[in-house]
Design a protein around this ligand. Sequence first.
Ligand code: RP5
Length: 163
Amino acid sequence: MTEPLVGVVMGSASDWDTMQHCAEQLRTFEVPFETRVLSAHRTPDELSTWIRDVEGRGAEVFIAAAGMAAALPGVVAAQTTHPVLGVPMESKFLGGLDSLLSMVQMPGGIPVGVLAVGKAGAVNAAILATQILGTSRSAFATAVARQRAAQADKILAAPDPSA
Ligand code: RP5
């Protein structure tokens, strides 16, 4: 079995509806990854154990998704020197602005790269993780470039919405 290059963690199983799009994008790029539901608040010890474990098995990038008081990416970043990408989940009462602000205001010295709220962020986190891996693995860089070209072709094939 291929060991994961990306560790994808989410604070609750309720985040999967959104994060399945991240997993799907990683699969499209054939990036080996592993997903876990682990919470900074509800399962802090198990989260630390998993970070060490998945790093030991080769993970080079982390994607962490959480909603509300979204501490998860920051807590992951505090425990690894690999890049951590945060995906703010849309939340019931504050629409995800709470998640976004919780993630983006990291103190200097412990960075988290924060993506858009919701599905766009989930997909973009997967693309950005693949781009990071692509700096040392040309197959991943090529996969991203191909998708970018296909995306442009699709738009340019139907440029007039009134036609
Ligand atoms: C966060 O709280 C999770 O990431 C989730 O987005 C949110 C709500 O969690 P549940 O109450 O649905 O488990 O920790």
